[in-house]
Design a binder for this molecule. Sequence first.
Ligand SMILES: NC(=O)c1ccc[n+]([C@@H]2O[C@H](COP(=O)([O-])OP(=O)(O)OC[C@H]3O[C@@H](n4cnc5c(N)ncnc54)[C@H](O)[C@@H]3O)[C@@H](O)[C@H]2O)c1
Length: 366
Amino acid sequence: MSPIAIQRKHSIATLGADGIGPEVVNAAVQVLKKLTSLDGLFELDFKDYDWSSETYKKTGKYIPDGGLEELKKHDAILFGAVGAPDVPDHISLWGLRLAICQPFQQFANVRPTRIFRGTQSPLRNASHGDLDWVIVRENSEGEYAGQGGRSHRGQPWEIATEVSIFTRHAVERLIRFAFELAQKRPRKFLTVVTKSNAQRNGMVMWDEIALEVSKDFPDVKWDKMLVDAMTCRMVLDPKSLDTIVATNLHADILSDLAAALAGSIGIAPTSNLDPTRQNPSMFEPIHGSAFDITGKGVANPVATFWTAAEMLTWLGEEDAANKMMKAVENVTERGLVTKDLGGSSNTKEVTDAVCAELEHVFGKEK
Ligand SMILES: NC(=O)c1ccc[n+]([C@@H]2O[C@H](COP(=O)([O-])OP(=O)(O)OC[C@H]3O[C@@H](n4cnc5c(N)ncnc54)[C@H](O)[C@@H]3O)[C@@H](O)[C@H]2O)c1
């Protein structure tokens, strides 16, 4: 019998960047190559870009001239993390990650969280199945719009402003995206996070737009929470939540809390999506470059595996993505996990175990 021909090809830009970023991206590429060789129906064509804080220190730029046009040729971007101990964080973040997300209009940042089989939540009453959320973060403006400035530097009367920007256009498209996502999930339930008691302009408009958009989704139940009270609800009543939408800053913080409640920041993925598909979307683990464990080979690669699975789903390869996550959870269930999840395995052992498990998953299901 002749082998089945490859039916689909996707071009992936990989940017490991700094710290543990290259370690976890390389691990994910190893798993993705194994997956495509077993699946046989689609191909991933990887091109690596060495843009990082090292490049910045050598050339003064994170992204070389023409770099974004080059990146735009790909179907998706798999990103590690940016940040180095000897470069100020606001330079590295704005120099690479935000310099891709903002021009590519990746306005929806999607952050799923759940407790994997075989892992433990720090919440004593929550186990696998009890915490299953997707946080949707506004990713183009809000508190991270980059508006503001500093005057009278170094004087006692120095002034700095950091202005939050909320536009009807960006809030409406994001809240609509969140309702659509909630509608696709079994519980059809959305929580809109706000702070309209204290922030009486942008956040009040945010609430008004949520109410307006909700009218187009009569089958989606929704409620509203002040961000401070939301932290308590996430800890004390995790089962009461499903899909969550929040501003750039609020969701940034809440999603780290979500990751910790699910067991570790080392398992949490992010998708930076341009839902119009005019630009490639970018997929990355939530975590940063983790200076304390860089080069030790102990970083948890699971966040990047889950990130890669989200990327496959976005590219239309949902069946392969589901198989990949099944293999990952079979491995965690056996207790083969890194130290942040209470285990003693290193990055390579977890990666090799997931590759081996994929053979079982495909063997069983083919
Ligand atoms: N998207 C990004 O590129 C991004 C996100 C967050 C932070 N950063 C940058 O990363 C640098 C360090 O930031 P930070 O220390 O606040 O956050 P961090 O996520 O890098 O680390 C926080 C803690 O979590 C641990 N951790 C993170 N990822 C892990 C993994 N995969 N496995 C096991 N443990 C893991 C680290 O060892 C550390 O103890 C800074 O320069 C920051 O600006 C970048």
